[in-house]
Design a protein around this ligand. Structure first.
Ligand code: SF4
Ligand code: SF4
Length: 461
């Protein structure tokens, strides 16, 4: 069986039974009763055109998000290592044929300086990103870079989790990658639709659809049990992409003892320097309203998989999506190598950012909306990955760990990195969180906060 069965997806998306509003409402009720949704169920939700039913999907997703993740949002920042790339993706400014891009590959010294900048902002969790270039960014370079990231210090602070987004590898290469101490390995299929995939990847190593769609199988076989998948929404019909992503998830769960991806990323196509394809000319650009429904449907379909939102989206769009199922956000991001230390980004970044606000402003905004910023990196460092993580998540017990960790790590941020306004704004939220906790959890969390206030760092369960 192929991982992605396009004929089956087409048949389900054309099946008139799923246009029935009763069937759609039954599916929402099924999700609310915590029964796992099937591919047919997801098709039913994707069929909906009714504003009322969409609203019901959004409300159900909001409730599920609250039940599993509470109001926490985990923060991270991307760190671009190189914008040199052998591929030619039509939607990306890093593509090989873009002569207007100013190219750079960071030295280890430059990486250290970038990390020091991010540490000074309060970041603890990074996503390393590299264009695909066997000569400029070989595996050894990635290994050195990860070591540099973990070694960097600013005022005693250090990066506690380095995830990586990199091109597919062989099993042996993935074993080496794991040995560097990475958190999650990310690789996005971009589009699961073969014909579109061939069109938007006209040349380069990335042209091989099958090599990419099987990357996670090899990564997991190599022992990397936290993997992250993603789609670049806007390359093809979002309904197809959501169905195909579900098939990918079901494939991984079937082959790896019920453990699917740790995270899903949902970037949307944006304009990029000298990129022939962008949100202004793609026939498949996803409207804001549809995008909200996509996030909500994914939340209901895979409630225990983290969902990541980047600064591609502007501040308003981001605010509108937190409720429907986002669990991780980037903040204060740059998408060009050396971008945190540079003042000009237009000729070296991967795509246009929508949210340019500095980190502390985003944190303050998130707090004002009632969300709890978290800088937690506990699970990976406590060995809670793969099936151990999923068991905790599915039993509903992960929240008992996430909540105290969120408060302790946020307190550390507030003490060491936040501006006065952010500190002031956070007081009431912190207290409300503590008040809402069961007594034992509250006592434990208060003890953790006291330790942080006493000068201890990196307190977590
Ligand atoms: Fe290279 Fe990735 Fe950009 Fe494609 S999307 S050109 S692989 S950096
Ligand atoms: Fe993530 Fe684990 Fe921390 Fe919860 S406790 S926020 S799942 S790292």
């Amino acid at each position: 069986m192929p991982i992605i069965d396009e004929e089956r997806i087409a048949a389900l998306l054309a099946d008139p039974r799923f246009t029935d509003e009763g069937r759609q409402r039954d599916t929402i009720a099924k999700a609310r009763s915590r029964e796992r949704l099937t591919l047919e169920d997801v098709a039913a939700l994707l069929h909906t055109r009714s504003r009322d039913i969409r609203e019901e999907i959004h409300l159900a997703a909001r409730d599920e998000k609250k039940r599993i993740y509470g109001n926490r949002l985990v923060f991270f920042a991307p760190l671009y290592l190189t914008n040199r790339c052998v591929n030619n993706c039509l939607y990306c400014s890093f593509r090989r044929e873009n002569d207007e891009l100013v190219r750079a590959t960071l030295t280890q010294d430059e990486i250290r300086r970038e990390v020091e900048f991010l540490l000074e902002q309060g970041h603890k969790r990074l996503l390393l990103v590299a264009g695909e270039h066997p000569k400029e960014a070989p595996l050894e370079y990635i290994g050195q870079s990860i070591a540099t990231v973990y070694d960097a210090r600013w005022n005693g602070a250090n990066i506690r989790r380095a995830n990586i987004n990199a091109a597919p590898m062989t099993v042996d290469e993935f074993r080496a990658l794991k040995s560097f101490g990475i958190g999650t390995y990310q690789c996005f299929q971009e589009t699961y639709h073969r014909e579109t995939y061939a069109h938007v990847h006209p040349s380069g190593r990335k042209r091989d659809y099958d090599w990419r769609v099987t990357a996670m199988d090899r990564a997991i076989e190599a022992g990397i049990d936290d993997v992250g998948i993603g789609v670049l929404f806007g390359l093809y019909d979002y309904r197809f992409e959501v169905m195909a992503m579900m098939q990918h998830i079901l494939h991984l769960e079937e082959h790896f003892d019920g453990v699917g991806p740790h995270t899903i990323s949902i970037p949307r196509l944006e304009p990029a320097l000298n990129a022939p394809l962008d949100s202004t000319n793609s026939p498949w650009t996803v409207a804001d309203e549809d995008f909200q429904t996509v996030v909500a449907i994914l939340r209901l379909a895979v409630p225990y998989t983290g969902m990541i939102l980047s600064t591609r989206e502007n501040a308003d769009t981001r605010r509108g999506l937190f409720d429907f199922g986002i669990s991780q956000i980037s903040a204060g991001s740059r998408t060009d190598p050396g971008g945190y230390m540079a003042s000009d980004h237009a000729t070296s970044e991967q795509f246009q950012l929508g949210d340019h606000r500095p980190m502390d402003e985003v944190v303050r905004d998130v707090v004002s909306l009632g969300y709890m910023p978290s800088f937690c990196t506990a699970c990976y460092r406590s060995g809670r990955t793969g099936d151990r993580f999923m068991d905790l998540a599915k039993s509903g017990n992960i929240g008992k760990i996430c909540a105290p960790n969120a408060l302790a790590t946020f307190e550390e941020y507030l003490n060491d990195f936040a501006g006065d306004d952010t500190r002031e704004a956070a007081k009431a939220l912190m207290q409300a969180e503590l008040d809402a906790m069961p007594e034992k959890t509250r006592e434990k969390t208060e003890e953790m906060i006291r330790k942080v206030d006493g000068g201890e760092k990196d307190i977590y369960l």
